[in-house]
Design a protein around this ligand. Structure first.
Ligand code: KIV
Length: 271
C-alpha cells in the first residue's frame, strides 16, 4: 500500500468522533471491484468473516482462516482508497491470549495494509482489546449475536431475550469501549436493547439487526444486493441481483447455443 493511498482514508478516530452525529455508513466487501463501488458511499468497509458463508459456501464462519481474511483484505485495500478498511480476525486467531491476538492482528495489518481489526467480544475480550490498542492496533468490537459462537449459542437467533443475557450484552459493550475499542458492532438484538447499548457507551454503535438509533449501520453486501433468496429478517434487499444474474446467464447460454454470441462487435478483424 502506498502512503498516498492511506492519506485520504477515513481513520478510526474520525469514526469515533461521529458518536451521536451523522450516521456512519458501513458495508462488507471481499473483493476489489465491489470495494471500488462501495468506496464512494461508505465510511467504513468491513472485510467480514461472513466471507466464509457468502463467498466460500461454508455454513458458518467457524471454518474461516487467517489466510482467507488476509487474501480478501488485500483485494479490498486494492479496490478502495477512501473508506476505513477493517478486517475481521477469524475464529481461533485471537481468543486464547492477547499475545496471540497481537501476532495475528499485526500480520493482518502488515500483509493487507488495513487500518483496523474487528473481534467478537465476549466477557474475555477486554484485556485483549486494551493490549492491541496500546500496541497500535485499532479494534472494532462486536457484541450481541456473535456468529463465531453459534455452536455455543445453538444457532443464529437474535440475542438478549432474557434480562441476564441482555445485561451481559450491555456489560460486554461497556467493557469493550472502556478497553479502547473505536466502535462496536451490535448484532441481532431488540431495538430497545440496541438503544440501551448506544446510550451506555461513548463510542459509536454500528447496528446490524439492531436499531435505527445506532450511530451507524452495516449489512452483508451480497445479502442487501439480493444475491440470496433466503436472508435474515433484518436485511433489506436494495437490489435483486439473483434475478439479474439468472437472466443474464440464461441470455448468454441461449446466444452461445444459437451462435448469436460472439457477434461482429465482439470479434477481432485484422484487416
Ligand atoms: O462478518 C461480518 O460480515 C460481520 C458483519 C455481519 C458485522 O461481522
Amino acid at each position: 500500500m502506498s502512503a498516498q493511498k492511506f492519506a485520504g482514508r477515513m481513520t478510526a478516530p474520525q469514526i469515533t468522533a461521529r458518536k451521536g452525529a451523522d450516521p456512519i455508513v458501513c458495508l462488507t466487501a471481499y473483493d476489489a471491484p465491489t470495494a471500488a463501488i462501495l468506496d464512494d458511499h461508505c465510511d467504513l468497509i468491513l472485510v467480514g468473516d461472513s466471507v466464509g458463508m457468502v463467498v466460500h459456501g461454508l455454513t458458518t464462519t467457524v471454518g474461516v482462516s487467517l489466510e482467507m481474511m488476509i487474501m480478501h483484505g488485500q483485494a479490498v485495500m486494492r479496490g478502495s482508497d477512501k473508506a476505513l478498511v477493517v478486517v475481521d480476525l477469524p475464529f481461533g486467531s485471537y481468543e486464547d491470549s492477547p499475545e496471540t491476538a497481537f501476532r495475528n492482528a499485526a500480520r493482518v495489518m502488515q500483509e493487507t495494509g488495513c487500518q483496523a481489526v474487528k473481534i467478537e467480544s465476549g466477557s474475555y475480550a477486554a484485556e485483549t482489546i486494551a493490549y492491541l490498542v496500546e500496541r497500535g492496533i485499532p479494534v472494532m468490537s462486536h457484541v450481541g449475536l456473535r456468529p463465531q459462537s453459534m455452536n455455543v449459542l445453538g444457532g443464529f437467533r437474535a440475542r438478549g431475550r432474557s434480562q441476564k443475557v441482555a445485561d451481559e450484552i450491555v456489560e460486554n459493550a461497556i467493557a469493550a469501549a472502556k478497553a479502547g475499542s473505536f466502535a462496536v458492532v451490535v448484532e441481532g438484538v431488540s431495538a430497545e436493547l440496541a438503544d440501551k447499548v448506544t446510550k451506555a457507551v461513548d463510542i459509536p454503535t454500528i447496528g446490524i439487526g439492531a436499531s435505527a438509533g445506532c450511530d451507524g449501520q452495516i449489512l452483508v453486501t451480497p445479502d442487501m444486493l439480493g444475491l440470496f433468496s433466503r436472508v435474515p429478517k433484518f436485511v433489506k434487499k436494495y437490489a435483486a441481483m439473483q434475478d439479474i444474474i439468472e437472466e443474464a446467464v440464461a441470455s448468454y447460454a441461449k446466444e452461445v447455443k444459437s451462435r448469436k454470441f460472439p457477434g461482429e462487435t465482439n470479434t477481432y478483424k485484422f484487416s
